[in-house]
Ligand binder design. Structure first.
Ligand code: MG
Length: 254
C-alpha cells in the first residue's frame, strides 16, 4: 500500500497500522539459518563459509560479496528449485511462532519479515511450516533470485549498491517517520539485524543457551536495551501486554 505522506521510493506496507512486528527470519523465526544450511550441505561447505564469515567480521569483504560467494557455491551444484525443496524440508519453525502469529492475526497486528535471504525460499519454507494461507498474510522484505540467460541462478540484492546487499535499516527506518508514530517491535538474532532494530521501540533478541548469540553480545557491549527471548511465546506475551495496556515499553526496559 503506498503512503501518500512520504516521498519514499519504496512504498510502505501497513503504513497506517498502530503496531507492527518486524522480524528477522533465519535463526529467529526458524531454529536454524537456511543460508548456512544450504552453503554447508549443498555448497562449498562449513569450513569455507566460516572463513568468509571471518572476512566479513574483519572487514576484508562486505557481507554482500561474501554472501554471494556462498550462494553461488550452492548454485554451482543445485538448481534453484532443488535448493528450495531441500530447505523447505530441512528448516524448522521456532516452537512458539504459530501461537504468536495466531495472536497477531486475531489482533490485526502486521508481521513483516526483514531478511537477507531470498523471498521465494523464505515463502516456500513459511508455506510449508504455517500453511499457504497464513504465509500469504506475512510480508517478506528480502533479496530475490535472479535467473541468468544460461539457466543458472544467483542472488538479486535489494540494495546492490550497499555492502549489506539488503540494508535492513532502509526497510524499517521509514516507519519511524510516519506522522502517527506507530509502535514498532523488532525480533532478531544477528548483528546484521542491528541497523533494522534501531528503528524499533522494543527490541527482542533471541538468546539460545550454548549458542553464539551475536546480537545479544553486541547489544550488551554497546549497552543497547533489549528483552531476551528463547522462543516466540515470550514475544507474544510481551507484545500482548503492551498492546492490551498491562505493561509499557518504558517499564519493560527498566
Ligand atoms: Mg538471523
Amino acid at each position: 500500500m503506498a503512503n501518500p505522506t512520504t516521498s519514499l521510493s519504496e512504498s510502505l506496507a501497513h503504513s497506517d497500522a498502530p503496531y507492527i512486528v518486524f522480524s528477522d527470519f533465519d535463526g529467529t523465526i526458524t531454529t536454524e539459518d537456511s543460508n548456512d544450511a544450504a552453503t554447508d550441505n549443498l555448497g562449498f561447505g562449513l569450513e569455507k563459509r566460516r572463513a568468509l564469515n571471518l572476512d566479513i567480521l574483519n572487514g576484508v569483504k562486505t557481507f554482500r560479496d561474501a554472501f554471494r560467494e556462498m550462494i553461488d557455491s550452492v548454485a554451482a551444484n543445485k538448481t534453484f528449485d532443488e535448493t528450495k525443496e531441500y530447505l523447505k524440508n530441512k528448516i524448522k519453525l521456532d516452537p512458539g511462532f504459530k501461537v504468536f502469529f495466531e495472536w497477531c492475526k486475531a489482533h490485526n497486528v502486521p508481521v513483516v519479515i526483514i531478511s537477507s535471504g531470498m523471498v521465494p525460499i523464505i515463502r516456500a519454507i513459511m508455506e510449508n511450516l504455517v500453511g499457504v494461507e497464513d504465509a500469504s498474510k506475512i510480508d517478506i522484505v528480502a533479496n530475490d533470485v535472479e535467473y541468468k540467460p544460461d539457466g543458472s541462478w544467483t542472488i538479486k540484492f535489494r540494495h546492490p549498491e550497499s555492502g549489506f546487499g539488503h540494508d535492513k535499516s532502509r526497510s524499517t527506518g521509514p516507519y519511524r517517520d510516519l506522522p502517527h508514530k506507530p509502535t514498532l517491535f523488532f525480533c532478531g538474532d544477528g548483528v546484521s539485524d542491528l541497523s533494522a532494530a534501531r528503528a524499533a521501540d522494543l527490541l527482542f533478541v533471541k538468546v539460545i543457551p550454548n549458542h553464539t548469540n551475536d546480537l545479544k553480545v553486541h547489544c550488551d557491549r554497546e549497552k543497547i536495551p533489549y528483552l531476551p527471548f528463547e522462543q516466540f511465546l515470550q514475544v507474544k506475551e510481551t507484545v500482548a501486554d503492551v498492546i492490551e495496556g498491562r505493561n509499557t515499553i518504558e517499564k519493560l526496559l527498566q
